[in-house]
Design a protein around this ligand. Structure first.
Ligand code: PHE
Length: 336
């Protein structure tokens, strides 16, 4: 029995030494240590070994099994090292890696998020409304008469259903007040759509940020203070801002806000960036009649609609708004 075991060990070690692939080593392992393997078969001969020899033979079987297992593992390691070496043969591991270009955040998103951050600090909360609007929320409830130019097919994008792509985010004022009792302090960033001639300061799809503040005793001072603080927080204390009297059907009085655009090497020029004003009581009336109560009667408030694309122009000194939608990475990657 002992010679038999030694012979198996010798043969096993010899065949392990000859193995030259990872697949073959598995076959060898099975042939020796598997259920029908040579060593396993020899082990079943234990029952015929005389009682007094059993401990010694058992010990020997264990030693041999351990020696063979170790030899198999070492061989496997050796083959693995060789396989690794071959798989990187011809590759220079000391070369620097190729970096992957990660995208950036679009300037409109950057300025929108900054604007939201400043206004949230002032207590405004986010509100939302649909891009496809009906005439009631876009115009009627905003005191805009049927013959107003914005309601013209030539100026706005109408669907056959009579709905239209909202011409401004002011529709969210109405949507919010319909749902909520005063006081209201909301901002609503989003797209607006107009059949404008596209030029250096106009796009037909552009981005606005609407604001609405409704409470008792809101004054023009609140409106001016809020917007001046906002613009200086965004562009710096030295920012030049002017309020120009204007007309909007849904605010009275109304203003347009201009900010001085300064581009190196060019004459500074005023750029209109927002419309604003004190909420016209006719708007509160329309909201109350749509809600069927009088919660907004006697309320005061101000509203504003800021052009986010225009804010980006001021922030980065961009002279042509179209650069923001042309997706030229050479241009966009400079604005971070
Ligand atoms: N909705 C106006 C526009 O798009 C801007 C505005 C908003 C004016 C709120 C007054 C109050 O031009």
């Amino acid at each position: 029995m002992k010679e038999e075991i030694l012979r198996i060990q010798e043969e096993a070690l010899a065949s392990i030494a000859k193995v030259d692939s990872m697949r073959a080593i598995e076959d060898v392992r099975v042939a020796i240590l598997g259920k029908k393997g040579t060593l396993t078969m020899a082990q079943s001969g234990m029952k015929d070994v005389p009682k007094e020899d059993k401990p010694a033979v058992g010990q020997m079987l264990n030693d041999v099994r351990r020696a063979i297992s170790t030899a198999l593992d070492e061989k496997l390691d050796q083959l693995q090292v060789e396989a690794d070496r071959q798989s990187v043969a011809g590759i220079d591991l000391t070369l620097p890696g190729r970096s992957v270009a990660v995208g950036g955040i679009h300037p409109i998103s950057i300025i929108r998020d900054e604007a939201i951050r400043v206004l949230r600090r002032m207590g405004f909360v986010l509100a939302d409304g649909p891009d496809i609007e009906d005439e009631f929320h876009c115009f009627d409830a905003l005191n805009t008469p049927t013959d107003h130019p914005a309601r013209n097919e030539k100026d706005s994008f109408y669907f056959d259903s009579g709905k239209l792509l909202r011409t401004h985010t002011s529709s969210v004022q109405i949507r919010t007040m319909e749902k909520q009792n005063p006081p209201v302090r909301i901002i609503a960033p989003g797209s607006a759509y107009r059949r404008d001639e596209i030029d250096a300061t106009h796009l037909s799809v552009f981005n606005q940020l609407e604001g609405l503040y409704v409470d008792k005793d809101v004054t023009i001072g609140d409106l001016k203070g809020t917007l001046e603080y906002f613009l200086q927080a965004l562009f710096g204390q030295e920012t030049e801002v002017r309020f120009r009297p204007h007309f909007f059907p849904f605010t009275e009085p109304s203003f347009e806000i201009d900010v001085k655009l300064k581009v190196a090497g060019c004459e500074p020029k005023w750029v209109e960036i927002a419309g604003c004003g004190m909420v016209d009581p006719a708007v509160f009336e329309a909201v109350d009649s749509s809600r069927g109560n009088k919660e907004y009667e006697g309320m005061t408030g101000f509203a504003f609609g800021i052009g986010l694309d225009r804010l980006a122009m001021i922030r980065w000194g961009i002279r042509d708004i179209r650069a923001l939608i042309e997706n030229d990475v050479r241009f966009l990657s400079q604005l971070q």
